[in-house]
Design a protein. Structure first.
Length: 363
């Protein structure tokens, strides 16, 4: 049965593309195209002081690479128009007397305005601007020879991803997404394909037991899932330079438990679908919400409480924690066991329900 499934898979050119091409396409797409980094933010500088100190602060902002000063409005009122039209996402206002206040050691106020429509960009831009201004204030304070007032000492440190590269965050998550998409697509069409080509009746009269038939339908896709995991991991490490700080042996264990639930969901979809088109539609009906509610794109903590509770039934949520913990944090089973246990419970429950449904269709 396993050999039959492999022959059936690789006989179809579309299935070959699903197994080999789609994982690499997603990997390079997320690795290069999808990024949460903020660079070259269109910025408006309203410099009412026009002094050497204000120009130095503007130069530091632009030299950082995070901000691109494209507009220099002459009054604060012009800033609203630029932001309303979407021409500037960030604005910096330096009032008159900026240089004199610094020379006297008096507190200096600098206003940073961001377009909050894109909350991610706004938050990151505010953080970048605050760090640059804080460093500027620190340098100016160090140059003062007289009494110093309100010295600002900002110390920042990023754990697990010191360079704050979004690629290190995205690429490990691609492994979980690729496994889910590939296995769901293949498994959900397994039984439907037999029914459409008229071989389901032949399977029902074979001496195979229902459990053997289930294993024959799922083992090939589990092996393909492991292959995709290894393929994406190798490319992620060798091409993208993603570090693996944790125990590598834990990755196949976590993948095995994760596959239990993914294959179970795919098998259940296959038993309730009458055509491959229905199976494909149902697969993406499960896949897209699973990705959106997994924490891959949006923090689960920012979701409504009801949705947060709904994510507890999402296996992708737990596997993302496992795989990022292994890659970036370097943690082991002593910390990841709750996620492993939750995945195991979900996997057993889904696989049991799918097997009962599959046997019912065979009887």
């Amino acid at each position: 049965m396993v050999l039959k499934e492999f022959i059936q898979i690789f006989r179809d050119r579309r299935m070959k593309a699903i197994v080999f091409f789609i994982p690499l396409l997603q990997l390079f797409g997320f690795g290069y195209a999808v990024t949460f980094d903020v660079n070259n933010v269109p910025t408006a500088l309203c410099d009412l002081d026009r002094s050497a100190d204000s120009r130095e602060l503007a130069r530091r902002l632009e030299a950082s690479g995070y901000f691109s000063i494209r507009y220099r409005p002459g009054s604060p009122g012009e800033i609203r128009g630029l932001i309303d039209r979407g021409e500037a996402l960030c604005a910096l206002q330096i009032d008159r007397g900026f240089a004199k206040d610094i020379l006297k050691g008096d507190p200096v106020a600098v206003q940073v305005i961001v377009d909050g429509t894109d909350s991610n960009t706004a938050t990151v831009a505010l953080n970048y601007a605050s760090r640059i201004i804080a460093q500027y204030a620190k340098d100016k304070s160090a140059q003062m020879t007289g009494p110093r007032h309100d010295i600002l000492d900002v110390r920042t440190r990023a754990w697990y991803n010191p360079e704050l590269r979004s690629r290190n965050y995205n690429v490990p998550g691609v492994i979980a997404i690729v496994i889910m998409l590939t296995c769901l697509l293949l498994t959900s069409m397994a039984i439907v394909r037999e029914r459409e080509i008229g071989t389901m009746e032949q399977l029902m009269v074979t001496p195979l037991k229902p459990v053997e038939l289930i294993l024959g339908k799922t083992i090939p896709f589990a092996l393909i899932g492991f292959f995709d995991m290894i393929l994406v991991t190798v490319v992620a490490v060798l091409h993208f330079g993603i570090p693996i700080n944790g125990p590598l042996w834990l990755l196949p264990i976590g993948t095995s438990i994760y596959l239990l639930s993914v294959l179970g969901i795919g098998l259940f979809i296959s038993t309730i679908s009458r055509t491959q088109q229905q199976a494909l539609t149902a697969t993406f009906f499960v896949y897209i919400p699973s990705v959106l509610l997994s924490g891959f794109m949006f923090p689960i903590e920012n979701m409504p409480k009801v949705i947060q509770y709904a994510t507890l039934a999402n296996p992708l949520r737990y596997f993302l924690v496992i795989i990022r913990g292994i890659f970036l944090k370097g943690i082991g089973l002593d910390i990841l066991w709750p996620q492993m246990a939750a995945l195991l419970v979900i996997g057993i429950a889904v696989m049991t329900a799918s097997s009962l449904r599959f046997r019912k269709r065979l009887s």
